[in-house]
Design a protein around this ligand. Structure first.
Ligand SMILES: *Cc1c(COP(=O)(O)O)cnc(C)c1O
Length: 345
């Protein structure tokens, strides 16, 4: 990255901010009697506040991801990290973020909420980065470039060479959203964090880990960037139950791996079957737990599936996804029902 300087990227008020100091920030040891947080002393399982920095979960993650626990931020879904990154780095009504549509909708929504402008450089026709277009569009006010790999809703990994080109030639933050990385093999860019101080990686417990209902997202970056996110987050942003269940899940990672293997095998079969359906125009290659399918009369097909109780995502109004449905890989039974319903249309 060119001339990366974290301090000039961060909003001035955030540098100056004196963060809220909770009872658990001010006393971190083990004690016999806790009378410092106005909690109810009678045990309910949840009468005490949670660890504000979720160290137990982070230690387990640090081992598995081979980073320092201090390089991890945990939030109420990855969506919290997306929002915090924009709030920490982008001055409202002045700065901008770059996105590459078609992509995940939350980058645009979070920028809009924070009155941060959006620069949209479309993906190419084969859903890869237009690196030249991206680098040309950068202005001194472009603070963050959001990339999503594997990309939602197209399903494909972005070329690592292209991502490196952006990292090497942009002096702001490059956020790579790896929500679906567990379905793509051993290709996470986490190992590149040592090389790129401007790289931020997002992952989540919502997809491969099967814990969407808990709301737990992960952000990996330099300690300096993580410290900034911690400074701004709500003091107790991840509840006790979520921390306990996430730690349990991390100790049983093989169960996640088994689910991923099954979903990938189902994906292969579903793609083969979809390709045999006459009104399917194209099944796009997927590195995720869903497939984007170009289909004749996509919206009509969406409605007909819905009438049979099968809900997929109609993406036919999304740029470069015209006439496409996004279909999540379900259980073998669910996928069979989908195929049977499609064949009846
Ligand atoms: C599903 C998804 C997420 C997950 O968001 P959470 O808030 O962690 O549930 C993040 N990014 C992308 C691209 C997604 O598709």
């Amino acid at each position: 990255m060119q001339n990366f300087d974290l301090n000039t990227l961060v909003r001035k008020n955030i540098i100056a901010l004196k963060p809220y100091s909770s009872a658990r920030d001010e006393f971190k040891g083990e004690a016999e009697v806790y009378l410092d947080a106005n909690e109810n002393p009678y045990p309910s399982g949840y009468n005490r506040y949670p660890d504000p920095l979720q160290w137990k979960v982070k230690e387990l993650l640090a081992q598995q991801k081979e980073v320092k626990a201090e390089q991890i931020f945990l939030g109420n879904g990855s969506d919290e990290a997306i929002d915090l990154l924009i709030r920490v780095f982008c001055e409202p009504n002045q700065d901008s973020v770059m996105i590459t549509e078609p992509t995940y909708g939350m980058y645009r929504v979070c920028a809009n909420i924070n009155a941060v402008a959006i620069q949209n450089v479309l993906l190419t026709k084969d859903y890869q980065l237009d690196t030249e277009g991206i680098l040309k569009a950068v202005t001194p006010n472009t603070k963050i470039i959001f990339l999503c790999s594997p990309n939602n809703p197209t399903g494909n990994l972005l070329s690592v060479d292209d991502i490196s080109k952006v990292l090497n030639n942009f002096s702001g933050l490059v956020v790579v959203d790896e929500a679906y990385i567990d379905f793509a093999g051993d290709v996470s860019l986490i190992k590149e964090l040592k090389k790129y101080p401007n790289l931020v990686i997002l992952q989540t417990f919502s997809k491969a880990w099967g814990l969407a209902g808990l709301r737990l997202g992960m952000c990996f970056a330099s300690e300096a960037i993580i410290n900034l996110l911690n400074k701004v987050k709500y003091p107790y942003n991840v509840n006790i139950k979520t921390q306990e269940l996430a730690a349990e899940a991390l100790l049983n990672a093989d169960s996640k791996d088994r689910a991923v293997a099954e979903i990938l095998s189902e994906r292969g079969q579903l793609v083969d079957t979809l390709n045999q359906i006459p009104f399917v125009i194209k099944v796009y290659p997927s590195d995720a737990n869903f497939v984007l399918v170009a289909i004749e009369n996509a919206s009509v097909t969406y409605q007909k599936l819905m009438q049979q109780g099968i809900i997929v995502r109609d993406r036919s109004t999304v740029v470069l996804c015209e006439s496409s449905l996004r279909i999540t890989i379900g259980t073998p039974e669910e996928n069979k029902k989908l195929i049977n319903s499609l064949k009846q249309i």
